[in-house]
Design a binder for this molecule. Structure first.
Ligand SMILES: C[S@@+](CC[C@H](N)C(=O)[O-])C[C@H]1O[C@@H](n2cnc3c(N)ncnc32)[C@H](O)[C@@H]1O
Length: 209
């Protein structure tokens, strides 16, 4: 008899991976040496001016720091406590509130709270089986009229890829944001030719009213 896999089983490997790296960023396959270029580009035209932002699955903190530097009041969370400790060590004078939290069990007082929700490469790191719920949890963080900025690898088929992580997002999976009532107000497709996952997108959604 096969055992049922719980959602938590699909992301419990992150914390030990960060812990095993022992401060060596080369041991974290997705670690970049700075914020996501697609976020930097977006921030050039979108400053925070004291508005609130939350970073989903913030990893080692570079995107959270870029948002704080652009004037957002930032909360950044990750299910991996070892990533949160590491981010705090990297940025000891940070203005960001780093905290360990699970996207699938969000603190009640975060729901509908943030002017901006930033999501980069967490949805795609979670299997397709939990994707609908993950999209709903990301969207639930935005306040009415707030923005949800998603930067992700994409795939052009609805077939579920058999390898991964990551599992790039399909159009249908992304469309769940709109099914929830958010509007896609800006979409940018781009490519990174040097990557096996070359197709990427930055989509800015607006939460309903
Ligand atoms: C591929 S990494 C991306 C990290 C960072 N966003 C970046 O792009 O550099 C995915 C991150 O999502 C976090 N994560 C996975 N499942 C999560 C969950 N249920 N709640 C919060 N964070 C989660 C992981 O610990 C990991 O840091």
């Amino acid at each position: 008899m096969s055992e049922k896999i719980s959602a938590a089983d699909t992301y419990d490997w992150f914390d030990p991976l960060y812990a095993r790296a022992e401060g060596d960023m080369t041991q974290v396959p997705w670690a970049l040496s700075g914020p996501a270029p697609a976020l930097v580009d977006w921030l050039a035209k979108n400053q925070g001016q004291g508005r609130s932002a939350v970073v989903v699955g913030c990893g080692l903190g570079d995107d959270a720091e870029a948002l704080a530097a652009a004037g957002f009041e930032v909360t950044a969370f990750d299910v991996a406590g070892s990533a949160i400790s590491w981010a705090k060590q990297r940025f000891p004078d940070s203005l960001v509130t780093y905290t360990a939290a699970d996207l699938f069990n969000l603190p009640a007082d975060w729901l509908g709270k943030f002017d901006l929700v930033f999501e980069f490469r967490t949805l795609q790191a979670l299997p397709v089986t939990v994707r609908t719920e993950a999209v709903e949890q990301v969207a639930a963080l935005a306040k009415p009229g707030g923005a949800v900025l998603v930067v992700t690898y994409t795939r052009d088929s609805d077939e579920v890829p058999d390898d991964g992580p990551p599992w790039p997002l399909s159009e249908l999976e992304l469309a769940h944001f709109e099914a929830l009532g958010l509007s896609a107000i800006a979409r940018k497709r781009f490519q990174k030719k040097s990557s096996r996952f070359g197709d990427r997108a930055r989509i800015q959604y607006q939460a309903p009213g």
